[in-house]
Design a protein around this ligand. Sequence first.
Ligand code: ZN
Ligand code: ZN
Length: 355
Amino acid sequence: MVKKILASLVLLIGLVGCSSQKWYKGNTHVHTLLCGHADSSPEAVTAWYHERGYNFLCLSEHNQFIDPATVTMPADLRDDFILIPSEEVTGGNQAHSTALNIDGVVDPRLVQPSGASKTQVIQAHVHGAEQQHGHLILNHPNFHYSNTAKDIRPVEGLHLFELHNGHPSVNNFGDDEHDSVEEIWDDLLTDGMLIYGVSSDDAHHFQKLGPEHSNPGRGWVMVQADSLTPDAISEAMYRGDFYATSGVMLSKASIDGRRISVVVDEGATEGELSSSFVVGHVTAEGAEGVSIQFIGPKGRVLEAVEGAKASYLVSNEHGYVRAKVTYSRKGENGYENFYAWMQPVFTDGRTHFVK
Ligand SMILES: [Zn+2]
Ligand SMILES: [Zn+2]
């Protein structure tokens, strides 16, 4: 009897735990007229995301803090939309970073300390965000190929970086001489770093549309959190409770112990991919449809599944395993590929929380 009651209690707690968690769609990186090279006001930028069903937005201006309290929100403001106070700490070509959920502007002395190496600049950004009680996302490491795995690996307290960024100049996929950002991610993970992958659009242009412009809607995150507040979203991202996407939506993205389960929400994905804002990664070779890969150390594909549903039990053999979903369709110049990237499961005990 006692066992039965205990079992019911565990089940109840489990159900309560599940029901309080929701998925929230957001963009952690966007610009406004205030930086001098974007085309819309904070209000117009906010309205763009609000109208399209996003739940949160970071107005991440270059070395300027836009206090959300100063932004006039849309007249028909939904109660499931918030701004998260942020800034893009911008240290020349050496490093840009989103300081997420900060109290105020990051100390300008920490933007690009003179004589500092790339590693030291990123480290200063981490400290700058911490001083303002926020978390740091290292942005677009392949913009000018500024930050390699070697630059990033020694940074302490960095647990988030942009795996995907929608700006046309950021070289997400590398070239003949440079690694893709995903290869950089696997290098860092293989080497023992605890770092999660973010996707953002880094939009600057809302008036002119086209592949050459830095338009919104090309990358976002889906965050699983207890509530929609700046603290809840920021902490959930810091824990890795989110996935990054360039268009693929998931109806299940769960990690239960060591089992990773993925189910693609095909309706929601087709809805996203029918918009004129998403931009696929074009490859000459490919195959239409959905596939799911489970990827381990050194970027090795441990298992690949054709179709919209898969699960994988991670063994001790691999220090980490992560899931990646690809949705591929035929385009004018080859195959257009869109992705969702889940965060890794670690088996080697790496953690960034004080026990
Ligand atoms: Zn930037
Ligand atoms: Zn930016």
